[in-house]
Design a protein around this ligand. Structure first.
Ligand code: NAD
Length: 480
């Protein structure tokens, strides 16, 4: 009997063929579980189940009814915060306190969208003034139908919540494909759905490989809305797949975000935010402020402090108490980040890090790394490394800082630090990014829109914008 690890139509089912996914503990490189992987036929079954659930039931429920399910999901997750956090650490490697924050944020996300589902009932059929008294018009917000959702490995449970909560709140049904590197917490969501009695087919979970299950989901004509979070190259493939029959998509892609620090910034606070902005989650954060632009006069003092702070970071397995930096997610990713660091050594000054820590001979660990003055044309400066690697450049004027910050293919996030709030606001307004932080880095709020410009993606998640991703707006106009 194959182990049933796909959640389709309210049941745990075995895939049609026998491909397996290994769950590797990144802190030691050992396999601790294995799952069956969904193939094209399984994805097809899941999409069909989601279609039936949408047509028969879920698409006709009220926001209030859906809110009750979302709250029940949140309550169920709340019962298992610690177990979920430990599972996330084993699968992804991140330090336990960070995993605990992720679980709390995922729960908060389900609760927030329960609130928006209720509000949706109040907004339904709102009258709209039109400039001709012979007509009356009202606006409806209707669910998009079946949502195909593909997510990455850096925040496995939280990314699932960011996708599922707004879609379910809107009245869409979902087929979720987690990353093949971190599928376990998404499957736990399926178990929660089971326990709370979510109607069959409303949520389907198909762990599988990107080139197979992901590809099949992206191309499936039964998917009305494709929501993707991941890298730019995969995002481009998703866009091509959706282009064939003009499907609605949203893309949350990579970043190479800048943090501009003027010399009047509060130095202690700046050091803290810069460290968090690049080393949280091992730097595997789409919005990581991985390019630091520092005003020339401040550079020597700031860099001394950053190097000192980076060397003091405690590195180790995520479940070990006091650990601040865990391993990278996989051997392949460790290899990629290490190669970019090696390449970087030829063009920029390595101020600290750049190696596997001597006390951690196994696992996918890498020291917090800081490079000074890479060439603006180098891979180090241009490419998303998605690891604990900070690149620093100096600037003399505000205009030069902005020019350096905005000169990027990406436009996800940016930060600016200065005691002069007028200047900080002026710079924030001129930054070409979807998210800008003043005198901080990385705070994320479920109420606020999340997403980027340029190659960082299309559309916004979170807040009411996240709900809009899964709603179609309809005008109904009547002639009197
Ligand atoms: P990835 O693009 O390799 O994979 C993301 C997902 O796509 C996985 O589930 C994968 O299986 C699937 N996939 C791969 N090939 C596919 C294909 N051909 N068709 C359909 N699906 C396919 O990205 P990753 O390495 O998992 O994640 C890291 C990337 O995610 C980084 O670039 C990061 O910046 C980005 N990210 C962005 C945000 C954001 O909000 N903007 C958030 C988190 C991560």
């Amino acid at each position: 009997m194959k182990q049933p690890t796909l959640y389709i139509d309210g049941r745990w089912v075995a895939p049609q063929d026998d491909k397996r996914i290994s769950c590797i503990d990144p802190s030691c490189g050992e396999r601790f579980a294995s799952l069956s992987a969904a193939g094209e036929a399984d994805v097809g079954r899941a999409v069909n189940a989601a279609r039936v659930a949408f047509e028969v039931d879920w698409g006709r429920t009220t926001g209030r009814q859906r809110a009750l399910y979302l709250e029940a999901l949140a309550d169920d997750l709340e019962q298992r915060v610690n177990a979920l956090a430990v599972l996330e650490v084993r699968d992804n490697g991140k330090p336990l306190p960070e995993a605990q924050c992720d679980v709390a944020d995922a729960i908060g996300c389900f609760r927030f969208y329960a609130g928006l589902a209720r509000e949706l009932d109040e907004r339904q059929d709102e009258p709209l003034e039109v400039g001709d008294a012979r007509f009356s018009c009202h606006i409806r917000h209707e669910p998009v139908g079946v949502a195909g959702q593909i997510i990455p490995w850096n925040y496995p449970l939280l990314m699932a919540a960011w996708k599922l909560a707004p879609a379910l709140a809107a009245g869409a049904t979902c087929v979720l494909k987690p990353s093949e590197l971190t599928s376990l917490s998404a499957l736990e969501l399926g178990m929660s759905a089971d326990r709370i009695g979510l109607p069959a087919g409303v949520l389907n979970i198909v762990p599988g490989f990107g080139y197979e299950a992901g590809h099949a989901l992206a191309r499936h004509p039964g998917v009305d809305k494709l929501a993707f979070t991941g890298s730019v190259p995969t995002g481009s493939k998703i866009m091509s797949a959706a282009a064939a029959d003009i499907r609605n998509i949203s893309l949350e892609l990579g970043g190479k975000s800048a943090c501009i620090v003027f010399d009047d910034a509060d130095l202690d606070a700046a050091v803290e935010w810069i460290m968090l902005g690049i080393f949280y989650n091992q730097g595997q954060v789409c919005s990581a402020t991985s390019r630091l632009l520092v005003e020339e006069r401040l550079a020597p003092r700031l860099l001394d402090r950053l190097v000192e702070a980076a060397r003091a970071i405690r590195i180790g397995p995520g479940l070990e108490s006091g650990v601040q930096l865990g391993p990278l997610v996989s051997a392949a990713h460790h290899q990629r980040v290490s190669s970019l660091i090696e390449l970087g050594k030829h063009g920029a000054a390595l101020l600290t890090g750049g190696q596997r820590p001597a006390h951690l001979p196994v696992g996918y660990f890498i020291e917090p790394t800081i490079f000074d003055e890479p060439d603006t044309g180098s891979l180090l400066w241009r490419e998303e490394i998605f690891g604990p690697v900070l690149c620093v450049k100096r600037f003399r004027t505000e205009a030069e800082a902005l020019e350096l910050a905005n000169h990027s293919l990406y436009g996800l996030a940016a930060a600016v630090m200065s005691a002069d709030l007028e200047r900080a606001t002026r710079v924030a307004n001129a930054l070409r990014a979807g998210i800008v932080w003043i005198n901080c880095s990385q705070p994320t709020f479920v109420e606020a829109p999340w997403g980027g410009l340029k190659q960082s993606g299309i559309g916004r998640e979170l807040g009411r914008w996240g709900l809009d991703n899964y709603l179609e707006v309809k005008q109904v106009t009547r002639y009197h």
